[in-house]
Design a protein around this ligand. Structure first.
Ligand SMILES: *Cc1c(COP(=O)(O)O)cnc(C)c1O
Length: 432
């Protein structure tokens, strides 16, 4: 038995499924998840001293790679000054100001500790600010595990969602309308039916929780126009895309193509914390001033704006503002996607890929999917073969076919070449 196996057995005795977040358990792909002992740059080592090239990057935060010297120095210094005070600190202000500079749609920011908390709070704020209850979300987008979001589409547009988790009362999701991503006709129909009751529309602008699916420019424009027409708030969940696909997030990319484009509220997390528990939501001043203690919408947190987390976030954001950072990251990521696509096609396998900045997705499909139903047409058995083939060869991609991948600034051309070479071997086996 390997040390990974021993640890997993021990973990399963005391932690449900042996993990503290479900996808880590490898249930979709089978097998024992490596227990990570340490990481540096683009690499992680497990409890058996096996090395992996890391394309998970803690599911997004580690955009600089692991153990970045400036980030570690900032965290160490912050620790010396105190771990938590429950009172305001200068770094919170500095981080909020940095976020506002990077995101012109944001006038004011509230810092919290997780993306779930930020998304949940943004939705409460949208409801409180509009005095309406209904929420639109899209199938395949993830916005954290708040009760009202654990919902799948009802049997038709006239019906609201059904809970996807035990423990969520049907009453709680009755105000959540789940629609198909990139389906403009359905969106128009939903607003025509319920527009005056809709508080907000929440979306991932590039959906990284169904691997990698871009909202089309037309669909994005329709989301904004319909929200404005009916007085609903457009909530952009950029927890994954924020500071990763571009410094100013996906909204900065859509704003280049849609003049005047700006979401009403933005949800951030992952990269802005640089690997520490930190997330945020922000938006227009008039809306944000509805939050306690100024307004009637309650929201609070003992560890919100934690001094060590803000130090980590600030050091990370300082580093990624270096000139050309995202262009270089985007090049490296594209090179990886091109290499994998070429290798798969050389073996006659259906394969397509897309990426933006340091976020990527690939599919064992002939063409890029536009929505969740199309993503899930991927052959799960083949994906598992690819996943385990890569893992065995020291390449760690997300253990589920509906998860995106992450490249960091620490990934080198040698890492990309080694990954493509490993994939080539696995594709050869798969083609047999
Ligand atoms: C990860 C993620 C969340 C949830 O963030 P947590 O910090 O895991 O709670 C919300 N929205 C999106 C788009 C995410 O990728």
């Amino acid at each position: 038995m390997t040390r990974n196996d021993q640890l997993f057995n021990r973990a399963k005795q005391i932690i449900p499924g042996g993990v503290n977040s479900p996808v880590r358990a490898f249930r979709a792909v089978g097998g024992t998840p490596p227990f990570i002992a340490r990481a540096q740059g683009a690499h992680m080592w497990d409890a058996d001293e096996k090395r992996y090239i890391d394309y998970i990057g803690s599911w997004g935060p580690m955009i600089l790679g692991h153990g970045h010297a400036d980030v570690l120095a900032a965290v160490r210094a912050a620790c010396e000054d105190g771990l938590s005070f429950g009172a305001p600190t200068e770094r919170e202000v500095e981080l909020a100001e940095t976020i506002r500079t990077l995101y012109p749609s944001i006038d004011m920011v509230r810092l919290v500790s997780s993306g779930t908390e930020a998304g949940m709070s943004a939705i409460r704020l949208a409801r409180g600010a509009t005095g309406r209850n209904k929420l639109i979300k899209f199938e395949g987008c993830y916005h954290g595990h708040a009760d009202s979001l654990l919902v799948k589409a009802g049997s038709g547009l006239a019906t609201f969602g059904n809970p996807t988790s035990a423990g969520v009362p049907a009453d709680v999701v009755q105000h959540t309308l789940v629609l198909e991503y990139n389906n403009q006709a359905q969106l128009e129909e939903a607003f025509a039916l319920y527009g005056d009751d809709i508080a907000g529309l929440i979306m991932e602008p590039i959906a990284g929780n169904m691997n990698f699916v871009r909202a089309t420019v037309d669909f994005t424009r329709a989301c904004q126009d319909l929200c404005r027409q009916y007085g609903a708030l457009l909530i952009y969940d950029e927890v994954m895309t924020g500071c990763r696909v571009a410094l100013g997030g996906a909204q900065s990319l859509y704003a280049q193509q849609i003049p005047g484009f700006a979401p009403d509220l933005t949800v951030l997390g992952k990269v802005i914390g640089g690997g520490m528990p930190l997330a945020a939501f922000g938006g227009k001043r008039a809306v944000m001033e509805k939050l306690a203690p100024l307004g009637p919408v309650y929201q609070a947190g003992t560890l919100s704006g934690n001094p060590v987390a803000t130090a980590c976030g600030l050091a990370t954001l300082a580093a990624i503002q270096a000139p050309g950072f995202h262009a270089k990251l985007g090049d490296m990521t594209r090179r990886l996607m091109d290499g994998l696509t070429q290798a798969a096609h050389d073996h006659g396998l259906p394969f397509c890929a897309d990426s933006e900045g340091g976020l990527f997705g690939f599919f064992l499909l002939p063409e890029l999917p536009q929505n969740y139903t199309q993503v899930m047409k991927t052959d799960g058995k083949r994906f598992n073969q690819l996943f385990h083939g890569l893992l065995e060869r020291g390449v760690y991609i997300a253990p589920a076919l509906y998860e995106a991948g992450f490249v960091s600034a620490a990934h080198t051309e040698a890492d990309i070449a080694a990954t493509v070479a490993a994939a080539r071997e696995v594709f050869a086996q798969m083609a047999d």
